[in-house]
Design a protein around this ligand. Sequence first.
Ligand code: IPE
Ligand code: IPE
Ligand code: MG
Length: 247
Amino acid sequence: MSKTSDIAPDPELCNGPAHVAIIMDGNGRWAKLRGRPRLFGHHAGVKRVREVIKAAPHLGIEYLTVFAFSTENWKRTQAEVAGLMSLFRRYIAHEARALDAENVRVRFIGDRVKLDAKLVGLMDELEELTRDNTRVNLTIALNYGGRDEVARATQRLAEEVAAGRLKPEDVDEETLPRFLDTHVLPDPDLVIRTSGEARISNFLLWQSAYAEYEFVDTLWPDFSAQELEDLCRKFGTRDRRFGAVPK
Ligand code: IPE
Ligand code: IPE
Ligand code: MG
């Protein structure tokens, strides 16, 4: 099957973020405003995911990471959790071919142990199907929590130390992230949260140490490719000093 080829991004966006991570929030409130059940908002949110994936390569975004379900989201009603899990299964099953045809490489981060076997099977298949794709790297955070990720990484690191394969004195800022779910990804340059909440809710805690943040009022089902472009342009005007004094 022929795939969408890699494209040159808009040259005006050459200072744009290479890795954008999005906390897609506000689906429930969007549905409530319309007098509809929360799941209606989650379904509407999926359309925005598609739009953002399509727009990303034109904006010079090489890595796009989206927060779909947090380790804390199990606290929601059983009906909402079940509805979300069914939505994830359907999304993966229905979108797999299109994502592959669009040359999107898909990865998942988060703890898969608590997810049902059917969903995990679909996640594995999609990662395998798209593993050679090059146009954009899409990472979906599903049952993801930053603290949980660091705890799981530390457990595996401790196992390496206990087995004598790693010396405690060799554990540093380079070593630890090799055990994180994101070990093959660069750190995010820009983290966007929709819905007006100014918090990160346990997303990419280690990786976002030097990310730029944008908190926008738009509810996720109203977010558009144009808004993403505006935020990428704004990012290009930021002076990222990483602790140094500017020249
Ligand atoms: C984000 O929207 C989607 C998930 C967390 C799964 P919400 O469901 O949190 O929507 P609000 O914040 O209640 O409006
Ligand atoms: C963060 O949104 C998680 C996702 C977008 C998947 P939440 O709606 O769960 O965050 P809180 O509860 O408002 O902090
Ligand atoms: Mg929310």
